[in-house]
Write a protein that binds this ligand. Structure first.
Ligand SMILES: *Cc1c(COP(=O)(O)O)cnc(C)c1O
Length: 230
């Protein structure tokens, strides 16, 4: 049956095809690009068919919301993994380390230290990404580009964290490729492999700029309601 865009399974298939095509254009192997299906605002019943269609990696932006659906889904589907892609407050690191398989949003020393301490206590080490505010937007999370090298060093050397790479969310109004290129440059000079960049509107460009992880929500699950969208 051809992939239909009327179901999340069909849209998942289309996103996968578009990743393969974008990787091909960039002379990359699509196996080097990991799709993070962003399931925020969608409940377990909406997520289940996407897991059954073969997707094993998901992204959530709120600890509390994720806590309500993922423990049950992980019991049902032991292979699924979930990344935290939204801001993390230090008073929620215990829940975050217990629940998530990666925190993509480490953007300050205090959080890095709290995560390291909790991983030690819990005996559960998970990789992290350092989030870079490539557009230096005042309202946006992420370390400033100028301060990224120092934070990466602190995460690795002082905290002993497993830094998988860098993550960014480009400003909505700007050409994303400039931000993807900047993130790649910062990763390069820090010897980091992972680049989490690209969302529904720009994941193909991100793949062409070297993304190893694309975080795609609405192109798979459909539009989020305005109130919940973020
Ligand atoms: C919501 C979200 C996404 C996915 O956004 P879409 O436009 O729905 O693909 C990706 N990254 C982060 C950090 C998000 O919060």
């Amino acid at each position: 049956m051809p992939a239909s865009d009327e179901t999340s399974e069909g849209r998942l298939q289309q996103v996968r095809t578009r990743i393969v095509d974008a990787a091909g254009r960039a002379g990359r192997s699509s196996s080097d690009v990991t799709l993070v299906a962003v399931s925020k605002t969608f409940d377990a019943d909406a997520i289940r068919p996407v897991i059954e269609a073969g997707q094993t990696l998901f992204g959530e932006n709120r600890v509390q919301e994720a806590k309500g659906k993922w423990p049950g889904l992980k019991q049902e589907f032991p292979d699924v993994r979930v990344h935290l892609i939204g801001p993390l407050q230090t008073n929620k690191v215990r829940d975050a380390v217990a629940l998530f398989d990666c925190v993509e949003t480490v953007d300050r020393a205090k959080l890095a230290r709290a995560l390291a301490k909790e991983m030690e206590t819990a005996g559960r080490r998970i990789p992290i990404f350092v989030q870079v505010n490539t557009g230096a937007e005042p309202q946006k999370a992420g370390v400033l580009p100028d301060e990224a090298d120092a934070l990466v060093a602190l995460c690795r050397d002082e905290c002993g964290l497993d830094v998988a790479g860098l993550m960014c969310i480009p400003p909505v109004e700007e050409e994303p490729s400039l931000h993807f290129a900047l993130l790649e440059k910062i990763a390069q000079r820090n010897g980091l492999q992972g680049l989490s960049m690209g969302m529904s509107s720009d994941f193909e460009i991100a793949v062409e700029f070297g993304a190893t992880h694309v975080r795609v929500g609405s192109a798979i699950f459909g539009a989020r309601t305005a109130q919940a969208a973020q």
